[in-house]
Design a protein. Structure first.
Length: 226
């Protein structure tokens, strides 16, 4: 597809994504097509912008190539089928974002825990995924955590433990928060997790930052089924 010139950075970004999507269709590469659409969603393009300025122009371009005899009808049909599946992916992603907006996640590290880089990464992932996020930060006393849980009533509380003894302090803090807010569900992570903590019933463990959204989704869904 021909790029647009002299337009703002956002339009240039749309052009680049449109070109990537069209190339993926012509190559019959569904994975690359999904990546282009996910990047468009990550760039905060609306569903209408994605449909009108990326998917539709790419399909029009493929149709033109077929009409000129430069690709086969099989190539054109494959491009259409890939786009149908990508549209379904796009709609499902939008549905999940809307669903997540009704859930609140509170994140914190308990008293004595100051290493929260990974927890901050999780904040960004959850916020981008659509969750309402409350980040309390590092070294939060147990009574303050309990008070925050009582006040904000989060659907999920994410905690990390990286320091020696952090797992035991986390258990105490969780008990205090459950006393204050019995409906709380917990997701924990970090190198300081003890076997005792990992074996606690009803607790979800997240070993990788990249898995945080998936783990929180599962906890929220399990709570909804109970």
């Amino acid at each position: 597809m021909e790029p647009r010139n002299g337009e703002p950075a956002r339009d240039r970004r749309i052009d680049a994504l449109g070109d990537a999507y069209a190339r993926a269709l012509l190559a019959g590469d569904e994975v690359a097509a999904e990546i282009a659409i996910r990047e468009a969603m990550d760039a905060d393009l609306s569903a209408g912008e994605i449909d009108d300025e990326i998917i539709a122009p790419a399909l029009w371009f493929v149709g033109e190539l077929w009409a000129r005899g430069e690709i086969s009808v099989a190539d054109e049909h494959l491009a259409t089928e890939i786009s149908v599946r990508v549209l379904a992916l796009q709609r499902e992603s939008e549905r999940l974002v809307q669903q997540r907006r009704s859930s609140r996640v509170m994140l914190a590290a308990c008293c004595g825990e100051r290493h929260i880089v990974a927890l901050r990464m999780v904040v960004n992932l959850l916020r981008d995924a659509g969750y309402e996020v409350l980040m309390l930060g590092a070294d939060v006393p147990s009574e303050a955590l309990a008070s925050a849980a009582r006040r904000h009533r989060p659907d999920v509380i994410c905690m990390s433990a990286t320091m020696p003894g952090g797992g035991d302090r986390l258990l105490v803090a969780m008990d205090d928060m459950l006393h204050a807010w019995p409906s709380a569900r917990f997701v924990v992570g970090g190198r300081g997790l003890s076997s005792r903590l990992r074996e606690r019933p009803g607790l979800a463990v997240c070993d990788r930052v990249s898995e945080a959204v998936e783990v929180v989704d599962a906890v929220v869904k399990r709570a909804e089924l109970n």
